[in-house]
Design a protein around this ligand. Sequence first.
Ligand SMILES: [Zn+2]
Length: 501
Amino acid sequence: MYTALYARQSIDRDNSVSIETQLEYCKGALRPDEQQYGVRCFSDRGYSGKNTERPDFQRLMKEVRRGRVRKIIVYKLDRISRSIVDFVDMLRDFRRYNVSFSSSQEGFDTGSAYGEMICKILMVFAEFERESIVNRVRDAFEKRSDMGLYTGGRQVYGYRLCETVIHGIKTKYLVPEENEAEQVRYIFDAYSQPSVTLRTLQAELLANNIVPLRGADWTTGKLGSMLRNPVYARADADIYSYFEQKGTRIVGGLESFSGRHNVQLYGRTVHDASLDDWSDMKIVLLESEGLVDSETWLKCQHKLEQNRQIGNSLSNRTSWLSGKLVCSLCGHTMTTVRSGSRRYFMCSGRTNKKTCKGIKPTIYVSDMEDMMDGYISEKLKNIRGKNKDRSAEDTARLNELKLKLKSAEQKLDSVAEAVMNSGAVSELISVLNEKALKLTEEKRHYLSAIEVLERASSAETTDLSKKWDKAAFAEKRSVCSILVKAVSLYENGDAEIIWNI
Ligand SMILES: [Zn+2]
């Protein structure tokens, strides 16, 4: 039985601790009563800690399983493993073969009451550190690999698909085709305006003689799938959040969403992307450039999603609230019915299907519109418009802050998970609390910095509610469709507004 000292160094660098120094530290951590046992050194030079495929580490584990090792000492935890999964497996093996384990720098020992648990937690944090290293390595790799290259095969309007050979692999990348790209930008800009629908957009393109430079005429279907394609967006923190919320798997580290490159959606054709379940989809960051800023792209998604919800009822032009009012009794939308000179809302479950008894009080369209007018005006006062003239520097800074905020939030989630898994061990909870407090502090810092930047650039924007007061029917319908998810009507005539924002 002997004590094993284990050291690992991935590459010789000025700032990394050499194997020899690591072993010195390990020797220093030997307790006097341990000096009587033999000591053997194991070391892996030029191996990373991300897996266990290291010759001397494997040799050490064999010794452990033969029952020859009584204790293992490392300089730092991340020397023996950088993977929490591997590490937990090791701990299990150590316990089975009565091997105690200690780390000289972090100063703990599995022999102590909660040492093992603290090991686990420290590894969670080690994983955080690793994330950033992995991302940096991946970024460097991506530049040379085909990961950031377009693999969709199909031609994308606005881009030329150029063939290239990288590392002996034939692959393709997207290069903007300026004439087409200009049309794409025009289409996104136009559709992001509240009053423009796919149909009026189609008409506007025709009127301005903007014809497709390849393929047949624009159809609303074609325009819709173009507007839905994330390949056009300059991917930044907001785009990341959008897909994260959808439950889409995202390939490419958070910090790569710098607002320069675009993404490709995998898993189904973009045309079907109107389906609600995105969990089987994957977003991959490309090396090429997006054509449209994220704000415009997201505005368009919002509109497309709203239109889908309203569906055909948009053709009902009798109220700008059409399609938004829902009968709470049966869930059907309310349609307008004429009675003399006035129009009122009635449950379509009653008018069409005769399956609902409908809502008792008569709800006149004009009354409902007046009421909603007020609520929406109120709502718009609280929405700060964004200044288009924000400097490029500020935009980049803002995105950087949003990414940092997101990263802090993700770390907080991991800490919360660690708390839940740690049981009621008070020492652990206090370690975690400290980490959580630090992260929360960090979060607050980013949030306030973001607010300062956003406020600075929105200082001169006009009050949206003033615009609302002068809005025409079509504009009101658009604004309402963006702001309001639904208005639920109850039997007694009460209404409940479900906002989108
Ligand atoms: Zn009903």
